[in-house]
Design a binder for this molecule. Structure first.
Ligand SMILES: N[C@@H](CCC(=O)N[C@@H](CS)C(=O)NCC(=O)O)C(=O)O
Length: 209
């Protein structure tokens, strides 16, 4: 079976592509854009009315939301060892981080990159942007403290949560006055280690961490 993934560079679809590489699953990429000035193709909007990617086509059915796609793929390909199984005590924390990343951290990035969607008037955009920077700093601090001295998000074992973390760090941008990843030593440590994996090198091309 071949997966299809709606895809653009610098988008959240890159993390899903890394997972597919790690799982050694065949996939096709369907190119699209996350540029605010480029209309989303109607076929994408029919699958995800939000116009966001990633959207994964699996067995002919479309799934959107990074957390859902990650869980779906990890459950279907347990041999890749990227998630604790349903009876594993670490499963709860795995899901916790996926949901936290998707609902809180990604939302703060949305506030930063798409500030106009979070206010009524252009005059308020700068305030939203400033708040997003504070929010990103607060959220990454929570993640950094939770990692502590652990090797990985879940402790001793790499999981898809670490790949998700890596992807999120690549969006920290000096141009947007975001905090630098180095401000969060534990996050930086995990992101740097993940960045050296062959799957990440292939998808990201270089060593961005
Ligand atoms: N909650 C969604 C967010 C996805 C998301 O923000 N995707 C961005 C790319 S990183 C996107 O498609 N942006 C285009 C847009 O918002 O118009 C998820 O977890 O998949």
């Amino acid at each position: 079976m071949t997966y299809s993934l709606y895809y653009a560079e610098n988008s959240a679809a890159m993390g899903v592509r890394v997972l597919l590489e790690e799982m050694r699953q065949p996939y096709d990429l369907i190119g699209t854009s996350i540029d605010m000035d480029t209309p989303r193709p109607p076929e994408l909007l029919a699958l995800n009315p939000n116009g966001w990617i990633p959207v994964l086509i699996s067995d002919g059915a479309a799934i959107y939301e990074c957390g859902a796609i990650t869980t779906w793929l990890c459950d279907r390909h347990p041999d890749a060892g990227l998630a604790p199984g349903v009876d594993d005590p670490a499963r709860g924390r795995f899901l916790q981080w996926l949901f936290f990343f998707s609902s809180s951290v990604q939302n703060a990035y949305q506030m930063s990159y798409y500030s106009d969607r979070f206010c009524d008037t252009a005059a308020d955009e700068a305030s939203v942007k400033r708040r997003s920077i504070t929010r990103l700093r607060e959220l990454w601090r929570v993640v950094d403290d939770a990692i502590g001295d652990n090797d990985w998000m879940l402790g001793e074992d790499l999981s898809a949560a670490d790949i998700y973390l890596f992807m999120l760090t690549t969006w920290l941008s000096p141009a947007h006055e975001h905090p630098r990843v180095e401000e969060f030593a534990n996050v930086h440590r995990i992101a740097s280690t993940v960045s050296k994996r062959p799957s990440v090198q292939l998808v990201y091309g270089t060593d961005p961490a």
